[in-house]
Design a protein around this ligand. Structure first.
Ligand code: FES
Length: 166
């Protein structure tokens, strides 16, 4: 006796709906999973150090260098370029974020004629010492953030996340 392998219209519709629903659910859930996992992946990326400058190019006067790296967001890779202020304090490399700790404007070195040996923020006249310490009496209440750094073969490598100075 031959078995009946025919699929009824009802069964076909059930399978089709289940398949389509599963496909759509995966489309919704996978990005959410990826979004949740992304910070974990970023933690690895944060360990990567970026080659930014030659030690021989550094002096005790802060200079602006571009730091270029790729940031993987999971669904796309972003090309990032950040400016970093780098100088030498004796034998130590100091790499400072240009982001003002008051409200996030960009600071520059030596642009205030009255204080040419300081970082200056034009937004609310915030000022910082060479080592990033905020000048008392100006709006910023904490120092500029510092980048983690390593020197390898005469090159300065920086982490991509500047941290508050302790
Ligand atoms: S944002 Fe820099 S002083 Fe206000």
């Amino acid at each position: 006796m031959e078995k009946d392998h025919n699929v009824s219209r009802r069964q076909f519709l059930t399978y089709a709906l289940l398949g389509t629903g599963g496909f759509m659910a995966a489309g919704v859930i996978m990005p959410m999973v990826r979004f949740g996992v992304d910070p974990i992946l970023q933690a690895d990326a944060e360990d990567d150090m970026v080659d930014v400058a030659a030690v021989d190019d550094l002096t005790d006067v802060p200079q602006a260098f571009d730091m270029e790296y790729e940031q993987d967001h999971g669904w796309h890779v972003e090309q990032v370029t950040e400016t970093v202020w780098i100088h030498m304090e004796g034998d130590e490399v100091v790499a400072l974020s240009p982001t003002c700790t008051h409200l996030g404007c960009t600071v520059n070195w030596g642009t205030d004629p009255d204080n040419p040996e300081q970082f200056f923020c034009p937004c609310h006249f915030g000022r910082f010492e060479r080592d990033g310490t905020n000048v008392q009496g100006t709006p910023p209440t904490e120092p500029l953030h510092r980048y983690e750094h390593e020197v390898r073969d005469g090159r300065v490598f920086l982490g991509t996340n500047p941290s508050p100075q302790i």
